[in-house]
Design a protein around this ligand. Structure first.
Ligand code: ADP
Length: 593
């Protein structure tokens, strides 16, 4: 239970509903645990007086007596209903907050976290574990207040009857079996928690397989991977089934165990009642009260089991909530009103996390020193895996250097607010992600301070208006997730339009690796030339024809800058550059020593 306390703060806005739920639960418990046995004890002897007393009951008195039954059940039914309704309201509200908190956290976590974790597993935690928690909250909510109060009410009724008639005092002994129930409850609860954790992990793996499969629909068909994928999914589905059956095994073991233990208590009570010659009408309320005290024990055991399962899911959500936000804004950020755009990398190294932990991690960027003057366009070339994208990712602080620092106008990037910094850096990725929204919204990207005509203007600058006008709904055409309807060249033009609209002083341009048709290529280069004017630009060049736009070219290999200069100088002096350049332009590569 202690683990759940931090979440009680989410109840604060709903305290009235929660208090109402508690009150209704108390009324329900008192009506069931005490009211029912007490009524049987008090009313039955008056309705059915012993034959030796032989006193007839008057009609209206009889009506009064019998109306006790519907009255008690009405109080019990109404309070039970409102208890369940209100407690579920509170539980679902709290869960909603937890789900939002996890989603919110996922927005703030560094990119490295997303690289480390499978998308399917995160999906399963945010959706599956919260759904599991929700189902449990609903079930537990139904009983969590009612059952303890019913138990206390029933014990009070037993005590009341025992005090009234000393022949009945023996029933208190039958309650001795109740503490015996604690052992199986605790043991099974702990076993269940481990199994529930395993089950949710398996659910995560299964979702990961599914989400990977769905996002690789093209590759699965192209490489005939259908059978392999089917087997992979079947295996993970079977693992999930096995884990689930273990949960079912332990979750359902408790009720029969407690029933047997409490049946021993009841039979002991009946045995004693018979030995003491207690009359049947005195025994019935005792048995009802005993039942009313055993039943909550059984149900509370079940609740304990469910809470353990809920804790397993909560642990998986806490795994996300507890990840440190290593990339965050400082508490007092530096002002960023007038950015000149001078960028300096001072002894910067960056290594991706090595999840195996056993082999040494090779830095993606190693002890790099570099300066970009304000308004300068610097092209980065080099073999794939050389560290170009990692270097570019340091500018909007997708990653922070493991060593050294990156400065903007002489100030460490970590001193700026993350929001301001990212406002100042426009990114043109190789293949931009398109949201399932209209063309207009996809260019806006949340920048609401621009007008529709500005969107059309920037699309014109990026040469995107030509193909947008062809759409049936023009700028209001929905593009659909992943933009598979658009060609590589069209996608880059949308990305360029976004950058034109953002008009940030720093630009990171990652050129598309896939070949574009000659017309697209010319247009994109034209648009780029307009876009980079007066901006500090880092251009990851995959096509050497774009190098014309750069003031300076850097050759990057194994995380280091191995050469810096003009095309002529590099072609003359740098073997790697010459090899890369000549291979792209069809010249016979010169041999490297
Ligand atoms: P480039 O852009 O020049 O192709 P990258 O910056 O993408 O190079 O990669 C540099 C190095 O970092 C490579 O060795 C690559 O394997 C590694 N790397 C890139 N991204 C990740 C990642 N998300 N996790 C681990 N290693 C990565």
């Amino acid at each position: 239970m202690k683990r759940l306390f931090p979440y009680f703060k989410f109840l604060r806005p709903h305290w009235l509903a929660f208090a109402g739920a508690l009150l209704c639960g108390i009324i329900y418990g008192a009506a069931s645990g005490f009211g029912l046995p007490y009524m049987i004890d008090q009313v039955f002897p008056r309705i059915f007086p012993r034959s030796d007393e032989n006193v007839g009951v008057e009609l209206w008195t009889l009506v009064l007596y019998v109306s006790w039954f519907p009255a008690v059940f009405a109080v019990r039914g109404l309070s039970g209903y409102f208890n369940v309704y209100l407690i579920n309201y509170c539980g679902v509200k709290v869960l909603e907050r937890i789900r939002l908190q996890v989603f919110d956290k996922l927005q703030r976590l560094p990119l490295a976290f997303h690289h480390r974790n499978r998308e399917g597993d995160l999906l399963s935690r945010v959706m599956g574990d919260t759904a599991q928690l929700q189902a449990i909250v609903l079930q537990v909510g139904n009983e969590i207040v009612k059952q303890p109060v019913t138990f206390i009410g029933a014990m009070s009724a037993l005590l009341f009857m025992a005090l009234k008639d000393e022949n009945l005092a023996f029933v208190l002994l039958s309650l001795v079996v109740i503490p015996l129930c604690v052992f199986p409850v605790r043991r099974i609860g702990n076993m269940l928690m481990k199994r529930a954790l395993l089950m949710q992990e398996q659910a995560g793996s299964m979702t990961a397989v599914l989400s990977e499969n769905l996002s690789a629909a093209r590759e699965v068909r192209a490489f005939n991977l259908e059978d392999r994928e089917r087997n992979r999914f079947r295996k993970s589905s079977e693992d999930f089934f096995m884990a689930r059956m273990k949960v079912v095994k332990y979750a359902n073991l408790l009720t029969p165990l407690i029933e047997v233990i409490t049946a021993v208590g009841v039979s002991a009570a009946i045995f004693q009642a018979s030995r003491k010659g207690v009359h049947l009408d005195a025994v019935i309320p005792v048995i009802v009260a005993l039942y009313m005290s055993y039943e909550p024990v059984k149900k509370l055991g079940g609740i304990h089991n469910q809470i353990k399962q809920a804790l397993a899911s909560l642990d998986r959500l806490d795994d996300i909530l507890d990840v440190p936000e290593t990339i965050a804004s400082p508490s007092v950020p530096c002002d960023m009103d007038d950015v000149r755009g001078e960028i300096t990398f001072e002894g910067v190294s960056y290594s991706y996390d090595n999840s195996d932990g056993d082999s040494e991690c090779i830095p993606a960027v190693a002890n790099l020193n570099l300066s970009l003057k304000a308004g300068e366009t610097v092209a980065l070339v080099g073999p794939s895996g050389g560290g170009k994208s990692t270097l570019a990712g340091l500018l909007p602080r997708f990653y922070d250097p493991s060593e050294g620092k990156v400065l903007l106008d002489g100030v460490d990037l970590r001193k700026f607010s993350l929001r301001d910094l990212r406002e100042s850096v426009a990114l043109v990725p190789q293949r931009p992600f398109l949201f399932d929204a209209t063309v207009r919204e996809n260019v806006f990207m949340g920048q609401t301070d621009h007008s529709d005509s500005e969107v059309e203007q920037v699309c014109g600058l990026a040469y995107a208006d030509e193909f947008i006008k062809e759409f049936r709904h023009g700028y209001d055409e929905r593009l659909g997730e992943d933009g598979s309807r658009l060609s590589g060249g069209q996608l880059q033009r949308i990305a360029l339009a976004r950058a034109f609209l953002k008009n940030a002083p720093i630009l990171v341009f990652d050129e598309a690796t896939s070949a574009l048709d000659a017309e697209s290529e010319d247009k994109i280069r034209d648009a780029m030339a307009k876009l980079i004017e007066g901006k500090t630009t880092l251009l990851i060049a995959h096509r050497f024809s774009s190098l014309k736009l750069a003031h300076r070219i850097l050759v990057m290999d194994q995380g280091r800058i191995i050469a810096d200069g003009s095309h002529e100088k590099l072609h003359r002096e740098c073997d790697l550059y010459r090899t890369l350049y000549d291979s792209q332009f069809g010249a016979v590569p010169q041999s490297e020593d």
